[in-house]
Design a protein around this ligand. Structure first.
Ligand SMILES: Cc1cc2nc3c(=O)[nH]c(=O)nc-3n(C[C@H](O)[C@H](O)[C@H](O)COP(=O)(O)OP(=O)(O)OC[C@H]3O[C@@H](n4cnc5c(N)ncnc54)[C@H](O)[C@@H]3O)c2cc1C
Length: 467
């Protein structure tokens, strides 16, 4: 198939390297202002599943590699590969079957839009913590979202999905149809050997009362904060979540470069009375003398996103990495040290401790998502100028290296995939082998970019601009 033939088949557009608009289309594939160096030859802006089929067939016929892009929010920018980049940004439809409690969503549907549409119907889904992130990559990686203690991981609520395979075939995958592909769809992330063009998601009733409260301490008190989190992790009900944000105060607070540990409690209850009781009980187990606190405040998801998304503005340069572990004290101490030494005041870290009763401690469903821990740490390096890349990346990578002794794995959605071996850390050995075997079966010629990473799992996922 020639590019002219492809053009004639598409409802969407093609932009080839050298054409007007190519640079902007390439930039737009990755949200992070720090882009990988790789350049596709052709960008296909798909408008339908048929467009995706045609683009995959064109790539396969011409020996080009395919990469999919739903929302471009992968921190490492893995959507930007050589070959044919398929931009699914127009496939953002959301359709809700209220009575069947099922949503049909395109891969580019964003957390915020899905949450708003569901709220209007009195329904919910474990959407991710930031509004702009798209379902495509979020669900493929696993999907750690709001109220995961009750609802579980987002990928476990995928009922079925429509997938375009390397030979251009469309298949519907579920527990009963192409169950092996469905197994991989739930967690393989960038290693997935197909393109998801539609998901059907099982929905939950919207909790009648949702509220958040925060308590802020000087960063130096991170050990006290960790001790309180450990106490609470085993005591809080599944519908309450506690995390810690380690960060400088926003410039408007006028606190200079002082850094803080802020405990964030979100509760999803049957009534505000129940939610208030949980928050009050939690409050008794927290360290005293918080330097600031926000009282329990009711929220809806749109409001919550309005607050959280301020920490992840468009146009910033990000370097992000994460870890799973079992040693809460050492992990949160290490994260606090990193934040204290961060060259950029905008950088922050998040820590979560999963208690004995947590859904993660009960074992994972059989799916590609195969590595978790009782402690999760995520570091978001955030800065403004390319001239600051080297200092910030060195800080991020040295800091994460110092945490290696307490690291037992990583999450593919936040791992620094430009680093050697990172993708390997995201899967159990058995899951890696199974993904590679399935990829060899369904993508024997290596049409999809992820296939290369399956074959050589120590290779970085992307070529990133030198720091
Ligand atoms: C601000 C921010 C907040 C986040 N918060 C959370 C969170 O709360 N919980 C969480 O679990 N994760 C979170 N993440 C991580 C996020 O889920 C992943 O980075 C995810 O990859 C983003 O999805 P995307 O569709 O934008 O990915 P893209 O950058 O578009 O794609 C990345 C890669 O995923 C694969 N891919 C994407 N779409 C498809 C598709 N339709 N078919 C086949 N392959 C596809 C491809 O290999 C592609 O190269 C967050 C990320 C950001 C930037």
């Amino acid at each position: 198939m020639t590019i002219e033939q492809l053009c004639s088949q598409l409802g969407g557009q093609i932009v080839a390297v050298g054409e007007a608009g190519f640079a902007a289309a390439r930039e737009g594939l990755v949200w992070n202002d720090r882009k990988p160096e790789t350049t596709p030859r052709v960008i296909v802006k798909a408008r339908s599943t048929a467009d995706v089929q045609a683009a995959v067939r064109y790539a396969a016929a011409n020996g080009l590699r395919v990469s999919a892009r739903s929302g471009g929010h992968n921190w490492s920018g893995v959507a930007l590969q050589d070959g044919v980049a398929i931009d699914l940004g127009a496939l953002d439809r959301i359709r809700i079957d209220r009575f069947g409690r099922m949503a049909e969503v395109g891969p580019a549907a964003r957390n915020l839009d899905l949450a708003k549409a569901l709220t209007a119907e009195g329904l919910a889904f474990p959407v991710g913590h930031c509004g702009d992130v798209a379902m495509g990559g979020y669900l493929l990686g696993g999907g750690f979202g709001w109220n995961e203690g009750t609802w579980g991981l987002a990928c476990h609520l995928i009922d079925r999905a429509e997938v375009v395979l390397a030979d251009g075939r469309i298949v519907t995958v579920s527990e009963t149809e192409h169950a092996d592909i469905f197994w991989a769809l739930r967690g393989a992330g960038p290693l997935f050997f197909g393109i998801v063009t539609r998901y059907w998601l099982r929905l939950m009733p919207l909790p009648p009362a949702m509220a958040v409260a925060t308590w802020t301490y000087p960063l130096a008190r991170v050990a006290d904060v960790t001790a309180a989190m450990k106490r609470l992790a085993d005591r809080l009900p599944a519908f309450a979540e506690l995390s810690v944000s380690l960060a400088a105060a926003p410039p408007a607070a006028g606190l200079g470069d002082a850094r803080f540990a802020t405990l964030v409690l979100t509760v999803y209850g049957g009534s505000m009375t129940e939610v208030a009781a949980v928050a009050a009980n939690a409050g008794h187990l927290l360290p005293d003398a918080a330097v600031a606190a926000t009282p329990l405040t009711q929220f809806d998801f749109a409001t919550l996103y309005g607050i959280v998304d301020q920490s992840f503005p468009d146009g910033a340069r990000y370097g992000v990495d994460c870890l799973w572990g079992e040693d809460a004290d050492a992990t949160l101490d290490g994260l606090a040290r990193m934040v204290a030494q961060a060259p950029s005041l905008r950088s922050n870290a998040i820590g979560v401790i999963y208690g004995q009763n947590s859904h993660l401690r009960r074992g994972l469903a059989d799916a590609a998502l195969s590595v978790v821990g009782s402690v999760c740490g995520i570091v978001h390096g955030t800065w403004a100028d390319a001239a600051e890349d080297a200092a910030n990346l060195a800080w991020l990578r040295n800091g994460m290296d110092a945490l290696d002794p307490v690291t037992t794995g990583r999450y593919v959605g936040h791992a620094d995939l430009a680093r050697e071996g990172r993708i390997k850390d995201c899967f159990s050995a058995a899951a890696r082998t199974r993904i590679a075997t399935l990829a060899a079966t369904y993508d024997p010629k290596g049409v999809f970019a992820g296939r290369r990473m399956c074959d050589a799992d120590a290779t970085p996922m992307i070529a990133v601009a030198a720091a």
